[in-house]
Structures are given as C-alpha cells and as structure tokens.
Design a protein around this ligand. Sequence first.
Ligand SMILES: Cc1ncc(COP(=O)(O)O)c(C=O)c1O
Length: 372
Amino acid sequence: MSLAFIDLAAQQSRIRPALDRAIAQILDEGKYIMGPQVGELEKKLAEFCGATHCLSCANGTDALQLALMALGIKAGDAVFVPSFTFAATAEVVPLVGATPVFVDVLPDTFNMDPESLKRAIVHARDIGLNPAVVIPVDLFGLPADYDVLIAIARENGMKVIGDSAQGWGGVYHGRVTGSLCDISTTSFFPAKPLGCYGDGGALFTDDAELAALVDSFRVHGKGKHKYYNERIGLNSRLDTLQAAILIEKLAIYADEIEARQIVAGRYTDGFSGQYETPHVPEGLTSIWAQYTLKMKDTAEREALQARASAAKVPTVVYYPVPLHRQTAYSAFPADPAGLTVSDDLAGRVVSLPMHPYLGTQDQDRIIAAVIG
Ligand SMILES: Cc1ncc(COP(=O)(O)O)c(C=O)c1O
C-alpha cells in the first residue's frame, strides 16, 4: 500500500466531531466573512507565539505582500530574500514595485547566510537601490538565525519580515517564531504544519501602528468605516469557516509538534552514518514541515527516489531550481559572490514523508526503503 507524504485524514479523524460542530455553528449563524471565530482565532494565535497583534488574511503570500505594504516598501527599495525557498517569498517584492535581491543559504541549516546577506547589501547600494527589508525564511520548519540577521538589518537601517510559512511555532532560543521580527507571517495552506481546508494566512507584530495598517490594507484600505477608503488595499480576509477549522487544529498543535519531534528523531537515528541528516542548532526547535536528507550528488538522490518509489514510499524535492535560476527571477540582483550553496542543495536534497501521525511501522518501512 502507498504511504501518504502528509496524512491529513489521520488528523481529521482525531478532531472530526469538533470540526463538524464548529462548521455547523457557522452554517447556523451565517457570518461567513469576519465572523466572531476570526477574532477568536487571531487572539489564540497571538497568545500561542507571544506576539501582541495577529491579523489573519487570505493566504501566506498575501501576508507577505501586506507586510511590505504596511512597511511602505516601494520602487527603489531592495528586499533581501533567500534563493532557496518557495517562490512566494520573492514574488511579493516586485508586486509592490521593489526589487528582490537574492541571498545564499547556509549548507547545514538551509537558512539565510548572514555573510551572503552582507555582500548582497553592499551590492544593492552599489547598483543604486535602498536596502529596506530582509525576509528570512524558516525553511522546512527550522527557525532562521534571527538574532544575527536582525542585527545586520538594524546596522543597515532595515526592517525584518520573518517568513514563518513553514516554521510558525518553532522555537528560537526560548522565543517562538511569529514573535521575533517587525512583522512575521505564516500560511495555513492545507499541507503546512498548521493548515486549514483551503487557503489562509496570518501576520504577527508587536507594533500597534503596523497592525492598524495591515487591518486597513487587508480590507481595501478601509478607514474608520469600511466604505471610507484611505489607501489602496487588497481583499484578503480569512474565511470564518477556515478560522473555525483552525481553532480546532490549533488546540492540538503543540501536541502535534511534539509528535513530529519523535518522528524526526527516529528518522535521524535510522539514517545517521549513511546520509547527511538535518542539522538543528543548539537552542532551536524545528517543527519539521519537511524532513530533508542531503545526498552526495544527484545520482545518489535519483537512486534513493527510485528505491523509495518501488516500495511505494513518496519522496519530494524541495526545491529543484533555486529562485535566482528561475525564468521569472533570473534578472534580479543577487549576492555577487554567487549562490553556490543554493545551486548545490537543489541538486542534492530530498524530503521524506513527515506528519505527526506517522506510526513506527510506517517509519520503519520508510527507513528501510530509503537505506535500501
Ligand atoms: C516559505 C513560504 N512562504 C510563503 C508561502 C506562501 O503561502 P501560501 O501558499 O499560503 O500563499 C509558502 C507556502 O506555500 C512558503 O512555503
């Protein structure tokens, strides 16, 4: 029998009665847009990560765009993003008229490389851009090195947006992602560690003025009244139904994060010595959006994928082409020293099935198929 890469059905059966009740309540009440569940969820999300304000929105990409809009990012501004990430991190930058500048990642954590960031900032200034924002990404669930990256941003008068779409709820030296940056964002895409049953996203900030701006931008730039338009905005709200679903999922999220640690720990025990397993620096907790091995080369990866596929174990390559090599992004500036680690990782990494409901028998089957 084929295994699921991410088994959402197992989670659903655990909370199905609560979901049915929550959905039925909304059908009874009929408040489909900005119903009371939206505010309740925002309060609970803010409490979970320790941020002062949470504002939900339509998806994680909009969350990033709304963050840039609230910070007033515009043409001539440089926004520093890793190349080894999902396209949304960079996509929103030209959408607000600014220029993405690609930064390399570290070979062990796959997260933004501070030295590459420094080179990219100098380069951006050399070509006449104004360094404005850094967007570290918590790739595969592991928090980026925020203290170091925020210090570089501050030295250069920049703001920081944490893209925690894959890592919201991870721990960075005692603090939870979502509470570490000027603004942090996340995605509730169904396959994300905290996902809903459609699209959804959220922003977090401790700054009341930024929170008020995001609240305006997410509803057509509304003023005190929804038919007073003070700025050009978006239509980017989280549906009440999705909020109600997320309230039930958030209630078991801490428990699921624990369960992910156990799966990751067993994988690492199973693969150590044979493959390069994920590195989690001291003081950090990954939420394991992905469990990703680093092969020696592409040939070794292809052999592993073929073996796994024959044993009906799915594997996925996140990401086969770094953004600075993509047709849509290759003309944008990058660290002039080159993005050698991003290029290298794209040819060698492979991700295995990962979710909190992966039982020990299935884990053993996966480990056996991967080792061969
Ligand atoms: C790192 C990263 N940023 C942003 C996003 C965008 O989120 P969404 O798909 O909800 O727009 C995703 C996920 O899709 C992501 O993985």
